[in-house]
Write a protein that binds this ligand. Structure first.
Ligand code: DLL
Length: 438
């Protein structure tokens, strides 16, 4: 049975607590193999490295790696569908793809061995956040080309959990199963978990009275303010988990239950760098910039110096949990989600921090960006809490705009809508409606 979650259990203690020096030696060894494999088997890498005048044999020390070119999302699009594969298609056991809201989706492939690695690292991730053999997991990530559900599914099974593969959507059925099956773990996007709170209320189910102990959130930015709402409403401790399909899916990094202070990036499998997104220069530990990740054990599709566009910081300060792997700070957002409103840069999550928890305002919102002459303008569509009188909406809206101006320095028009009018998410929330002319 699931035990006390502060018991120090780790799924792979030798890997998770490896001294940093040994970890770095292991990284260099694995990197040399990965780079040779990529060059020999993927046309893109051969062409890119030949034109940069660099060969796998030039990688002697870790510093040499900075001479290798970055890989970007367009390289994957150009190789659509299967040209980034480093093994024959017949050796690919599974394919996933990004949703591809614009243009072609990005396709990723896994060998049977890669799936095994992913499953292990997901078991590690779930255990890191407090999951234990014997736990029952309600998996509300969408089962599809998206990696979220499959990653959690196989990882939880390997850890020794029972999995309920409910997928996203059909919220009333989700609440019925949560009530009747009594799972101890939840996997979902934070925005979907938020919308389930309302469904539960309508069905008169008190989520906080259910046995859920830990939720594994991720796949989108979410703030500490949102976490406070989710943890209180569900009566649980949520864990932030990070990943991206190009690298493996979920399971790249995870908070530990002990500290919940940054996400341990699994360094025996991935190499993390932070760069200045404008110059490409590698920043020292602690610098804020774009996260660049290299896979150290992905044979179907090695990703070498992949620019994630996610903006964050790394720390190698020791963690109270005893894991030695560095931590990635919780993500504010991607560089492509950053808005520039009258000269001020902002991420949608900054608006979330301001809105969530304000009196009379529900934690649902959408931002609308429009063009007015040469300037971009921002409107915030917020939502009133149940019971707020409609004649108070304008006053609330003025209060939100004022607080946004004071805390972020941006002028935004706020519209307060009636309860239920902001669209709800069943997977990744759409935070921005961009109405600027293309
Ligand atoms: O979202 C993988 C995943 C599934 C992670 C379930 C965690 C849980 P993609 O669909 O390829 O993969 O999207 C990856 O989502 O580059 C980030 O911009 C964003 N993202 C993922 N996790 C987080 C997080 C999955 N914890 C993109 N916080 C990434 C903020 C996140 N953003």
């Amino acid at each position: 049975m699931a035990g006390d979650t502060h018991d120090g259990y780790m799924f792979d203690r030798p890997a998770e607590t490896m001294p940093r020096g040994d970890l770095q030696t292991l990284q260099l060894e694995k990197l040399k193999l990965m780079v040779a494999h990529a060059y020999a088997n993927v046309d893109h890498y051969k062409a890119a490295w030949d034109s940069a005048g660099i060969k796998p044999g030039d990688l002697e020390h870790m510093e040499d790696f900075q001479r290798f070119p970055f890989t970007v999302k367009d390289d994957l699009r150009d190789a659509y569908p299967f040209n980034m594969f480093a093994v024959p298609r017949e050796q690919i056991t599974r394919i996933h793809a990004s949703s591809g809201t614009t243009g072609k989706p990005t396709v990723v492939g896994y060998t049977a061995g890669d799936l095994d690695t992913w499953t292990d690292v997901m078991a590690r991730t779930i255990a890191c956040g407090g999951g234990r053999p014997g736990d029952l997991m309600h998996n509300a990530y969408g089962y599809s080309l998206f990696t979220g559900a499959f990653g959690y599914h196989y990882g939880a099974e390997r850890l020794g959990c029972t999995v309920i593969p409910v997928s996203g959507g059909m919220s009333e059925r989700q609440i019925t199963l949560l009530r009747d099956f009594g799972p101890s773990l939840l996997g979902a996007t934070p925005s979907y978990a938020l919308s389930l709170i309302e469904t539960a209320k309508k069905m008169d189910v008190d989520l906080a009275s259910l046995p859920i102990k830990h939720a594994f959130f991720g796949a989108e930015p979410w703030t500490d303010e949102m976490r406070a709402v989710l943890d209180a409403s569900w009566g649980m401790t949520s864990i932030d988990t990070y990943g991206l399909s190009e690298i493996i899916g979920p399971g790249v990094a995870a908070e530990c239950l002990e500290a919940r202070d940054g996400l341990h990036g699994w360094e025996d499998l991935f190499l993390f760098e932070i760069i200045n997104p404008d110059t490409g220069d590698v920043l020292p530990m602690g610098g804020t910039g774009e996260l660049v990740i290299t896979t150290l054990s992905k044979w179907a599709q090695p990703m070498i110096r992949y620019r994630t566009r996610d903006i964050t910081q790394l720390t190698d300060e020791p963690c109270t949990c005893g894991r030695t792997h560095l931590r990635i700070l919780r993500l504010a957002g991607r560089s492509d989600d950053m808005l520039i409103i009258r000269g001020v840069n902002l991420f949608p999550s900054q608006i979330e921090s301001v809105l969530v928890g304000m009196d009379g305002i529900a934690p649902h919102y959408q931002l609308v960006v429009q063009r007015d002459g040469a300037m971009d303008t921002l409107s915030v569509e917020a939502e009133a809490l149940e019971g707020v009188e409609p004649h108070d909406y304008d006053g609330l809206a003025a209060g939100v705009s004022k607080r946004i101006k004071e805390t972020i320095g941006v002028s935004a028009r706020t519209i307060v809508l009636a309860p239920g009018e902001v669209p709800r998410s069943e997977g990744k929330a759409v935070r921005v409606r961009d109405l600027r002319p293309k």
